[in-house]
Design a protein around this ligand. Sequence first.
Ligand code: C2E
Ligand code: CA
Ligand code: CA
Length: 408
Amino acid sequence: MKSAISELSVLVTDDSLTQRQYAKELCMDLGVRDLHDAANGADALQVLEARGVDVVLIDLEMPIMDGVELIRSMAQKKFVSSVIILSAKDPILIASVGTMAEADGLHVLGTFQKPLLPDTLECSLLRFIQDAKNQAAEPKVAPENDVTAVELGQAFANNELTLAFQPKLTVNGLILKGVEALARWHHPQKGMISPGIFIPLAERHGMIDTLTRHLLQVAFEHKKNWQNFGLRFNLAFNLSPLSLADSDMVDWLCKLTEDYGIAPNEVTFEVTENALLGELASAIRTLARLRLKGFHIAIDDYGTGFANAQQLSRVPATELKIDRSLTHRSAARPQQRTILASTVDLAKNLNLTTVAEGVETEEDFRIIQELGVDLVQGYYFSKPLSAEHLLAFIKTGLSQLRRQHERK
Ligand code: C2E
Ligand code: CA
Ligand code: CA
């Protein structure tokens, strides 16, 4: 694995000789030695076919084959290079090409308006190194389709489903406000299966209610246990959009909360923005009833769907969770940062508590602080933890984290 900018190979694609020369000089100043250039997309593809490179700088406007076509071809040919997208055109256009490239499966290090600045280039190349490290450190998950609904059914019986808890901290002072419960399936042979795989599987096979009810009981067991230790913080739990259409769910949830001696105002139900786009009326009915009982409601993954401000204002929510696609790396994407800032504004105007999800770096956090977001959640502070590790985090990890930040 490459650990320094000097080890990277870079291809500069730009039709203007002066611009190409300028970008290459910036790369050389940063220590890049394995440097190539191309005056259009077709030439760039030839270089990639012949030898492959780590990073491609792509100018969008080029003759013969422009940057958009080049990105398409790179994705179709499954070239593994990461890209930095540049243009003199308006930032909205550049950002939307970046989104397109990501949707095509390319790894986008940044989208920038020209001129490319030395700091921006350096940050993007360092990001390449960091991402490669993170990818290598990620635990291997079983490939999709590798688990069946039958196995999921057995997982309940064999107690293979557990919960991990990810801290939600205040931006000011890093105080623990709550934790989000995240489902985990440890398959005895296939290892960790991502909830991104088994939740939709449960939804498709009519098992989501069983799963929700089972995991909520597990979550409440833990919450009661924490209360017995004198620890009172909010517990957030994800509800499937299908559960919002289940009219018995609210009564069941109220009864369970009462049985466990848990205060509804210490529980938040998270529902995704997209859940609100379908059966809005029945979703609102369920959410309104939950609110009336005193539970909190969070709109999850905000920024990934297409809910507009008016739809948002109709939902009886108390919290807006801003998706990682807006919070992460907004420093390198001016357009994204603008959307992030206006989302925070909108949430504040609607009196919603704002939560930034997927905060992974110091840079992400700095912007979140500047924008006055209320709470943060992300790998930068803590990954989702087992119940045991959560207690250790509360006992020692949290004060260490605060000390680190005081020094900064
Ligand atoms: P989510 O509700 O948006 O949960 C946050 C996801 O982001 C979690 O993934 C968490 O591990 C991950 N995450 C947190 N911080 C960071 C970060 O800094 N960087 C990155 N890259 N990721 C971060 P996870 O645990 O894989 O869960 C995926 C999704 O599965 C959840 O997204 C949620 O929609 C769903 N899910 C998880 N547990 C449950 C559940 O009990 N019931 C239902 N219905 N859905 C669940
Ligand atoms: Ca969530
Ligand atoms: Ca989320």
